[in-house]
Unconditional design. Sequence first.
Length: 310
Amino acid sequence: MNAHARLAVAAMILASLAACSPGADKAGAPASAAAQSPDIHAFRIGALEATSLKDGDIVLQNVGDQSPWSDTAGVRAALVAAGLSGESIVLSVQPLLVRDGERVVLIDTGAGGRMGTRNKLVSSLRSAGVDPTQVTDVLISHAHGDHIGGLVGSDGSLTFPRAVVHISAPEWESLKAGAAQAGEVALLTAVSPRVRPFAPGAQVTPSIKAVALDGHTPGHTGYEIASGTDRLLYIGDAMHSAVISVQRPEWVNVWDTDSAAGVATRQELLERGASQPLKIYSPHFPFPGLGRFQRRDDGFVWVPETAAQP
């Protein structure tokens, strides 16, 4: 074999080895090129595909005019015991994406850059492989700004122009009645043609049923997602902190419009979550907000399915 032939054979061998390398895909691209965005977390609910979508964080100081819990010393002690800073309360904001058959469903829309958040929802959605125009259904838990702010862009246009917006009838009436005071007139005008109110407890999509979670707002709604034997409950703002709301459910939250109902709802959720094979999704617990409630000693704790992410 002459020198030219030997070089050709060597080149073929090197090319073959490169193609078989675990660090390359069939196109020769490094495996790391397909690394998942840190702002999304994909998981399954039975046969359904779901994705946590990071929008940002709300950071509150643990002081009387910011904390929703009046016992700031008790809040500090509970947070420190959980290995967190007792000086601030960090609430993640993460809407949930669910592919339900031919429907592309988004539950809540984040803050749209309000409340110090980073307005990351659309980029997170695209990282999950979905363009805003592909969203067919938007399900709203309640009409607070960190859940409806992302319905419109900075120019006032609809972020999800082809989506039907589902909201409980009592919450829709409350939003309309308080729009002027809440500064939501422009949003209300833009979204109204797309809104389809539903009765509490309605089957909103083939796999998603509305669940009344009383106390936070007049029509506050959770969503139970079912596929096969798997169940996941999206709890909206029935709880805000993975520490305080879970370990001290009896503490009044001043953001609730009906404090007694809010306490009762939290206690019922904890009992149900700890006694049934039910996954919980919280849009405000540490990202990705997915886990379970577990009994411990004389109370409950939050057990995340994955380690909290930044």
